[in-house]
Every structure is written in structure tokens, then in C-alpha cells.
Design a protein around this ligand. Structure first.
Ligand code: NAP
Length: 289
């Protein structure tokens, strides 16, 4: 059985691509050019009919939250219109659609972790686009999974969005200390854990919306402190207040969540973030030592 994946040059898409075969799936990449060149959903559906496709996992997104805040039209093209186009492809082909959303959609109305049934009240253009895209998916496609995740790490050392690698590089070039936001909390989440849980949900034929983050929450400061500690670098991490970064996008101070539904259905495969972070840093150690 084949699975189509978008966003394969990104953190999550590359992990799904690398691990699809472990779960018995043939992975077909749908590239940025494929999507741009085939304007209509019908053309894309025709392109994919030669494969035995049963699922499309949509990881491609404009993930630059700061850029989105200033460029609403481009953000909505990348995150809503593109999702709608692919949802229509799935509708035409009558296949499952997996859409990757964010725990940032919940907003900032509580300090405790959000559960899957909490209201959404996004505070940025990027997260608003995710909420609209979720709604489009749930209305257009009969068999869908919406996965709300957060603070992804993993991928190859040289990927520009590789948060862990970037902090290690920053520490290497520092004068003995780096700064990190102590006021924002979330769930560092390893893309390989997320990929496994997504494949499991597909295999077990689940549909609907699920929070899916690694277990345990952390401030950015806790997270970066753990990265530097596990890396073995002799660099201090200084806690600072988020306001000192002067961001345009008013990202919630609390993007943390718990996987209530995955737990309840007995399908929560997401380990503690510290355990997965240690595993990941071990896998990239040769890049910097
Ligand atoms: N990273 C996080 O912390 C985080 C947190 C919560 C949710 N998420 C969600 O998880 C998903 C995967 O995120 P990620 O971190 O893996 O993303 P990423 O590393 O930033 O990669 C984004 C991918 O999307 C592609 N892309 C962007 N705009 C596109 C467009 N208009 N047409 C076609 N392809 C396009 C990029 O292709 P190019 O290489 O060609 O640019 C790249 O392959 C996204 O939906 C994201 O919103 C991420």
C-alpha cells in the first residue's frame, strides 16, 4: 500500500519518508513543484491514480510564524488553500487525509496543558490558518486524521529548522552563554516518535482529531538547558523573559498539551521528551564532536 507525503524536505516529512517502509508502506513524495505544476485537484488525483494510494499525509506548511504575521495572504495560500486543494484530491480519490496541525491553536486562555476537547482560540495568523485548515479538512473529507503537535525536533543536522542543531551551533559560537525564554511552555516532540504514532493510527484505522506530543512539558529554557547538558558543551543557558525577543507574532505562553484521546484509546506511543531528546542527540553527536 502506498502513502503520499508532502513536505518531505522538512523535519516531519523527512522522518515519515524514512520510516514508512518500517511500517510496510511505499512512500510517494509529492513535491512543492508537483503541487505547483498541477493546478487543479483533479490533475493531482489523476497523477496519483497510477499508485495504489490509500493515504495522503500533508506535512507541508509555512512554518515561519513571524513571516506569517506580516504576510497573511501568503500564509493562507500556503496553509489553507494548499490544504484545501489536497483535501479535494483525497475526496476525489476517496482516500484518507492526514493533516498536521499545532497545539498552538488552543491559544493562551489557560496555564495548564490543553486537552483535545479544549476550545481553540489562536493568537497568531499562523495558528489561525491552522484552525481554518482543520475546519476545511473536517468538512471536505470523510476519512481524516488531524494531528495537533508541538515543538518538533529531529531531522538531519543541516536542516535550517533543526532547533536542536541550531542551539548546539549557537552554543559553539557563543562566549560561554546563550539565552532562552523561560516564560513559554510546550512539549518538545521528536519527529520519529510522532511518525510512529501517525503510522500506528493509520494502521488501526483511526480517524478524527488527536493531540500528539511527547510526554511532559518544559519551558524553552528547560528544553535548551537539557539540549546543552546532553550535548556535553560547557556553555551556560540564561533564562530570559519572552518579551526580550521582541517577536511580532504573539505566540501563546502555553502551547503545552496532553494526549487525552490517545491515552484513553490505549494508543499513546509518545515517550517522555527527555528520553527521546537524549536518543536524538546521541544520533547526531558525530556531527559536532
Ligand atoms: N516545527 C514545529 O515545531 C511544529 C509545531 C507544531 C506543528 N507543526 C506542523 O508540523 C508540520 C511539519 O512541520 P515541519 O517542522 O516538518 O516543517 P518544516 O521543517 O518547516 O518543513 C516544511 C515543509 O513544507 C514545505 N512547504 C512549505 N510551503 C510549501 C508550499 N507552499 N508548497 C509545497 N510545499 C511547501 C517545505 O518545502 P521547501 O523545503 O521546498 O520549502 C518543507 O518541505 C507542519 O504542518 C507544521 O505546521 C510543526
Amino acid at each position: 500500500m502506498s502513502i503520499v507525503i508532502t513536505g518531505v524536505t522538512g523535519l516531519l516529512g523527512s522522518s515519515l519518508l524514512n520510516h514508512a517502509a518500517d511500517f510496510g508502506y511505499d512512500a510517494i513524495q509529492l513535491t512543492r513543484d508537483d503541487i505547483a505544476n498541477m493546478k487543479s485537484p483533479n490533475d493531482l488525483a489523476i497523477h496519483l491514480t497510477s499508485y495504489n494510494v490509500k493515504v495522503l499525509i500533508h506535512c507541508a506548511a509555512n512554518t515561519n510564524v513571524e513571516f506569517c504575521e506580516d504576510n497573511k495572504v501568503q500564509c493562507y495560500k500556503d496553509n489553507v488553500a494548499l490544504t484545501e486543494k489536497l483535501a479535494l484530491v483525497c475526496k476525489i480519490m476517496q482516500i484518507k487525509f492526514v493533516f498536521i496541525s499545532s497545539t498552538g491553536v488552543y491559544g493562551k486562555y489557560q496555564d495548564t496543558p490543553y486537552i483535545d476537547y479544549d476550545d481553540v482560540n489562536p493568537t497568531t495568523i499562523h495558528h489561525k490558518s491552522k484552525v481554518i485548515a482543520e475546519s476545511v479538512v473536517s468538512k471536505l473529507v470523510s476519512d481524516y486524521l488531524i494531528i495537533r503537535t508541538g515543538w518538533l525536533f529531529g531531522g538531519s543536522w543541516d536542516m535550517s529548522k533543526n532547533f536542536v542543531a541550531n542551539r548546539i551551533k549557537e552554543a559553539y559560537c557563543s562566549e560561554g552563554y546563550i539565552k532562552s525564554d523561560a516564560s513559554q511552555v510546550g512539549n518538545p516532540t521528536f519527529v520519529d516518535d510522532l511518525s510512529s504514532n501517525i503510522f500506528n493510527l493509520i494502521e488501526k484505522k483511526y480517524s478524527g482529531m488527536f493531540n500528539c506530543v511527547n510526554t511532559g512539558r518544559a519551558s524553552r529554557f528547560d528544553y535548551v538547558t537539557e539540549i546543552i547538558k546532553l550535548s556535553g558543551l560547557n556553555v551556560s543557558v540564561l533564562p530570559v523573559d519572552g518579551t526580550s525577543f521582541n517577536r511580532k507574532a504573539k505566540v501563546s505562553h502555553n502551547e503545552s498539551a496532553i494526549n487525552l484521546k490517545l491515552d484513553y484509546f490505549g494508543i499513546n506511543m509518545m515517550p517522555c521528551w527527555k528520553k527521546s531528546l537524549a536518543q536524538y542527540i546521541e544520533s547526531i553527536r558525530s556531527e559536532y564532536e
